[in-house]
Ligand binder design. Structure first.
Ligand code: SAM
Ligand code: SF4
Length: 326
């Protein structure tokens, strides 16, 4: 029973959000004001996540990314990683803001995590504090160092560029990639922020990032899988790599291989889906694995052809990024 949608796209990639909670309040993601959190009882238990992932691995899911909210704030996430590895997930990764990573890296490695993505939106302490609304710059840098010193590979650093906020740092981020021999990924700002402040003018197009970096350092394209979100380049004269993720200006929906599971047990076929599918109630209804698998096959048939951000009638989803899982 393979997972293929009605446009012939094979689904091989699952993002699992284990919590909607986060110890940061990044301006492009959360609001400065307190938000409502999912009730504790609304969250899937680790056993339920594990069962769903096992069913999905049996249907062709090869890559699983553990995300959130901030995945490292949910106690027990290392054990969960170990359970996913034991199921046989081929490519097991995590996206984290890095705040708690230095102290948790060894345990994640021991649990079987393969690779990691760490968010870092500024190399300037003050600006980092403004973006994340925290004072954790040193801890995040220490998290990146810990990941680099560990067997996790590749270590990728993610920056969401917002015009007027951190777009002056493109070249500095490229230098950081070169110095640290790291994969630096530039992500276009998407209309998924809690404040609904997104406008097209705030998006820094990937083409501009490419132009600015390649004007300083010649870049060579790196071969990537068709379904990968990033266009990848290495520097002609040394270490480091850059990745350009352009969901707004160069949508990659035609090759999308992803589905998402939210912390409260909803399956989403697109970041921008208007509706999600309740798998928690199936899990708790006494249904067998086979029937749940059949239900998921039907859900995948509703996967949207594309995200429609660039259509005049685009409406952002009611769930924002922190509730979906990036
Ligand atoms: N808390 C973790 C972190 O920040 O890495 C994991 C969850 S976060 C929602 C996953 C990724 O989504 C991060 O790289 C973050 O920068 C990105 N992200 C959040 N809001 C975004 C937005 N409005 N547009 C583009 N990317 C966004
Ligand atoms: Fe938290 Fe990640 Fe959203 Fe920042 S991007 S507020 S770290 S979930």
């Amino acid at each position: 029973m393979a997972l293929t949608d009605k446009f012939g796209r094979q689904i091989s990639d699952l993002r699992v959000s284990v919590t909607d909670r986060c110890n940061f309040r990044c301006v492009y993601c959360r609001s400065a004001d307190p938000e409502n959190h999912m009730a504790e009882h609304a969250l899937l238990e680790w056993d339920e996540f594990e069962r769903l992932v096992r069913i999905l691995v049996g249907m062709g899911i090869r890559k699983v990314r553990v995300t959130g909210g901030e995945p490292l704030v949910r106690p027990g996430v290392e054990d969960f990683v170990a359970r996913l590895k034991a199921i046989g997930v081929q490519d097991l990764s995590m996206t984290t803001n890095g705040h708690l990573l230095a102290e948790r890296c060894d345990r994640l490695v021991a649990a079987g995590l393969d690779r990691i993505n760490i968010s870092l939106d500024s190399l300037n302490r003050e600006k980092f504090e403004k973006v994340t609304r925290t004072k954790t710059f040193a801890q995040v840098l220490a998290g990146i160092e810990a990941a680099q010193a560990s067997p996790l590979r590749p270590v990728k650093v993610n920056a969401v560029l917002v015009r007027g906020l951190n777009d002056d740092e493109v070249e500095a981020f490229a230098e950081f990639a070169r110095e640290k021999d790291i994969v630096m990924r530039f992500i276009e700002f998407m209309p998924l922020d809690a404040d609904r402040a997104w406008t097209r003018d705030m998006v820094v197009p990937a083409a501009e990032v490419y132009r600015r970096i390649s004007a300083r350092w010649p870049l060579i394209p790196v071969v990537h899988e068709r379904s990968e979100t990033a266009r990848k380049y290495r520097f002609a004269d040394g270490g480091g790599e850059i990745g350009l993720i352009a969901p707004v200006t160069q949508p990659f929906c035609g090759h999308c291989s992803r589905i998402r599971l939210t912390a409260d047990g909803k399956l989403r076929t697109c970041l921008f889906s208007k509706e999600d599918h309740d798998v928690k109630s199936l899990l708790r209804s006494g249904m067998g694995d086979r029937e749940i698998g059949d239900a998921i096959v039907a859900m995948v048939q509703t996967k949207e052809k594309s995200h429609r951000i660039n259509e005049p009638d685009f409406v952002p989803p009611s769930r924002t990024m922190v509730y979906i899982g990036g």
